[in-house]
Design a protein around this ligand. Structure first.
Ligand code: ZN
Length: 168
């Protein structure tokens, strides 16, 4: 089953709302049900800013609130908590997207033979481009040879395997 650990969970918050969101997530993880003013005090942030951040995160369904009557304050307050299952979903969707992009990249490399002089700073050329330049690199004058992308394909395959393992 797909499962993301606490560190992964926090990095999702950081990705979406920056360091402030990550700190907020840490607080809610340790103590679910905190009020906006409690969060603001703990984060040393303006309560308006905290509210904005919470709403931003709730748009991604990463946090949710319960409205409860606080007897001490004698009014209705929002109590916030993390939606961990939703975070799993957000990350899973992202991983699926990455896997799709890698598949496209793989197909591209498999169907297009490239030519390269072997110098790190020089670009690679398609067959037509290489033919156009008489198989001579326009940047360094080196000979353009068939570029062996088996290593690259292997790396793509390894990454895909890792992602698929996570998604199982
Ligand atoms: Zn070159």
């Amino acid at each position: 089953m797909f499962y993301i650990d606490t560190e992964g969970l926090l990095s999702v918050f950081r990705l979406i709302g920056g360091v402030e969101a990550e700190e907020l997530a840490k607080l809610l993880l340790a103590k679910p049900g905190m009020r906006e003013d409690e969060l603001a005090a703990a984060l040393q942030m303006d309560v308006k800013r905290v509210r904005k951040l919470l709403h931003q995160l709730s748009e991604f369904s990463l946090v949710a609130y319960d409205i409860v009557v606080d007897k001490e304050l004698n009014k209705r307050v929002f109590r916030w908590r993390l939606q961990q299952e939703q975070v799993q979903g957000v990350v899973k969707t992202q991983l699926k997207r990455i896997a799709e992009r890698l598949q496209i990249l793989k197909k591209h490399y498999e169907s297009n033979q490239l030519y390269w002089c072997g110098s790190e700073g020089c670009r690679k050329y398609t067959f037509d481009e290489a033919l156009d330049k008489f198989f001579k690199c326009p940047s360094c004058g080196g000979k353009l040879m068939v570029y062996d992308h088996s290593k690259l394909l292997k790396a793509v395959d390894d990454t895909l395997a890792e992602i698929n393992k996570l998604l199982e």
